[in-house]
Design a protein. Structure first.
Ligand SMILES: C=CC1=C(C)c2cc3[nH]c(cc4nc(cc5[nH]c(cc1n2)c(C)c5CCC(=O)O)C(CCC(=O)O)=C4C)c(C)c3C=C
Ligand SMILES: [Fe+2]
Ligand SMILES: [Fe+2]
Length: 353
C-alpha cells in the first residue's frame, strides 16, 4: 500500500548535509614519465629513487636490487645525471624541457578540446614519477565533477616500463576515490596515420632545410632489456613498425632509414643495435652525413637533447662523421597536436560525440 505519511515524503537528506554534486564532465588526463624538480643531488636522488624502484622498470627482486640501488646507483648517478640535466635545463622557467614541452602540449590540446566539446571536458597532465602526481590530478578532476576520465599515456609505443606503469599509477589513484569515475586508457598510437604523417612532415621539413641530403636517417628509440621482449613486451615490434610505416610514407628505399635503440641502463643486454655504436659504424662505413630522430619520445627530454644531441653526436664525430643533424621530437608541432587530438576524439566515442 502507498505510504503517504509525512515521514515517507520527507527528503532523505536536507540540502545542507548533502555534498554538492557538480555538473558531470569528462576528464582527459595526459601522462608523461616525469622529471626531476631540479638538478641538484637530492632532487635527482628523489626522482631516480622513485623511477628506479618501480618494478615495471627494473624487475629484479627488491632484496637484490634495493641494496644496489640505494648504496651504489643512487650515490653516483644523481651527480652524472644532474650534470646532464643542468646542460639542457630551461633556466628561465626553472624546469626541465620535458616539463615545459608537456605544459605547452597540454595547453594546445586543451584549447583544441574546448573548441570541440566546450566545458564538458577538462584537460590536464600528470607525471608517473614526481610532480604533478597522478593521484593529485585524478583528485582535482574528481573534485571538478569529472565522472569519466580518459587517461592518455603520451608514449606512441606500449612498454611495460612506460605505458603500463603509468596506467598502474592511474588505477592506484582510482583506488582512493569514494566515487570512482568511469575510466578508459588510450591504446598505443605507434601506427596511427596522423602520427606517422606528423613524423614524416617533421622529417621532410628538416631535410628541406639542409644543404646536403643526409646519407641515412637513424630512428633512435629508447631501449629496454631484450629479456623484456622475450617475456612478451611488444615494444620492439611496435618501434620496428613505426620505422617501416614512416619509410613507406616517405617513399624511401630500405637503405635510407634504420632503427636503433639508445639509453642502455645496467649490465643486461638491451635491444640492438645500440644507437651510440651504430652511428660510429655508419661513420666508419663512409656515411659521413646522418640525421637522427627519436620517434618513441613525444617530447624532447634528457634522452634526446643530451644523449642524442651530445653523446651520440660525439660518438659519430669521433668515428669520422662530419654532419650530424638531430631532428627534434614532435613536441607541440601543429601536426602532432592534431594527431593527439584525433586519438583523443577516437577514444571519446560513446562518451562525447
Ligand atoms: C620513450 C620510452 C621510454 C622507455 C621504453 C624507457 C625505458 C627505460 N628507461 C630507463 C631508465 C631511465 N630513463 C630515463 C629517462 C627517460 N626515459 C624516458 C622514456 C622511456 N624510458 C624519458 C622520456 C626520459 C626522460 C625524462 C626527463 O626528465 O627528461 C632515466 C633518467 C635519466 C638518466 O639518469 O639517465 C633513466 C635512469 C629504464 C631502466 C628503462 C627500461 C627498463
Ligand atoms: Fe628511460
Ligand atoms: Fe619484434
Amino acid at each position: 500500500m502507498l505510504d503517504t505519511s509525512k515521514a515517507a515524503t520527507r527528503p532523505q537528506h536536507a540540502a545542507d548535509d548533502h555534498p554538492a554534486i557538480k555538473p558531470a564532465r569528462v576528464g582527459i588526463l595526459l601522462a608523461n614519465l616525469g622529471t626531476p624538480d631540479n638538478y641538484d643531488y637530492w632532487s635527482m636522488r628523489r626522482y631516480l629513487n622513485e623511477f628506479l624502484s618501480d618494478r615495471r622498470v627494473i624487475d629484479y627482486s627488491p632484496w637484490i636490487w634495493q641494496p644496489l640501488l640505494q648504496l651504489i646507483v643512487l650515490t653516483k648517478r644523481p651527480f652524472s645525471s644532474g650534470a646532464a640535466y643542468k646542460s639542457i635545463w630551461n633556466h628561465e622557467a626553472g624546469e626541465s624541457p620535458l616539463m615545459t614541452i608537456t605544459k605547452d602540449q597540454t595547453a594546445k590540446i586543451k584549447a583544441a578540446m574546448h573548441d570541440r566539446y566546450g566545458d564538458q571536458v577538462m584537460v590536464d597532465f600528470c607525471m608517473r614519477y614526481g610532480n604533478p602526481s597522478t593521484k593529485s590530478k585524478v583528485r582535482e578532476m574528481r573534485d571538478a565533477g569529472c565522472q569519466k576520465i580518459l587517461f592518455f599515456p603520451l608514449y606512441p609505443h606500449y612498454a611495460g616500463a612506460t605505458s603500463a606503469t603509468a596506467n598502474d599509477q592511474f588505477f592506484r589513484a582510482m583506488m582512493e576515490e569514494k566515487w570512482q569515475p568511469t575510466t578508459r586508457t588510450v591504446e598505443p598510437y605507434f601506427e596511427h596515420p596522423k602520427y606517422i604523417e606528423a613524423l614524416a612532415q617533421s622529417i621532410e621539413r628538416a631535410y628541406a632545410d639542409l644543404d646536403t641530403r643526409p646519407d641515412i636517417l637513424v630512428c633512435s628509440y629508447h631501449g629496454v632489456p631484450i629479456r623484456y621482449l622475450m617475456e612478451g613486451d611488444p615494444y620492439h615490434c611496435q618501434c620496428q613498425k613505426t620505422t617501416r610505416l614512416l619509410k613507406e610514407r616517405l617513399g624511401w628505399p630500405d637503405t635510407d632509414i634504420k632503427t636503433t635503440f639508445q639509453s642502455k641502463f645496467g649490465p643486461e643486454e638491451w635491444l640492438q643495435p645500440y644507437t651510440v655504436e651504430e652511428v660510429a659504424r655508419l661513420a666508419e662505413a663512409g656515411k659521413k652525413n646522418i640525421a637522427v630522430c627519436a620517434p618513441a619520445f613525444s617530447a624532447d627530454c634528457i634522452e634526446t637533447l643530451e644523449e642524442i644531441n651530445e653523446e651520440i653526436k660525439e660518438s659519430f664525430e669521433e668515428a669520422g662523421g662530419e654532419h650530424f643533424t638531430y631532428i627534434p621530437c614532435l613536441n607541440d608541432d601543429a601536426a602532432h597536436i592534431e594527431a593527439l587530438g584525433t586519438v583523443i576524439e577516437e577514444n571519446l566515442k560513446g562518451w562525447l560525440d
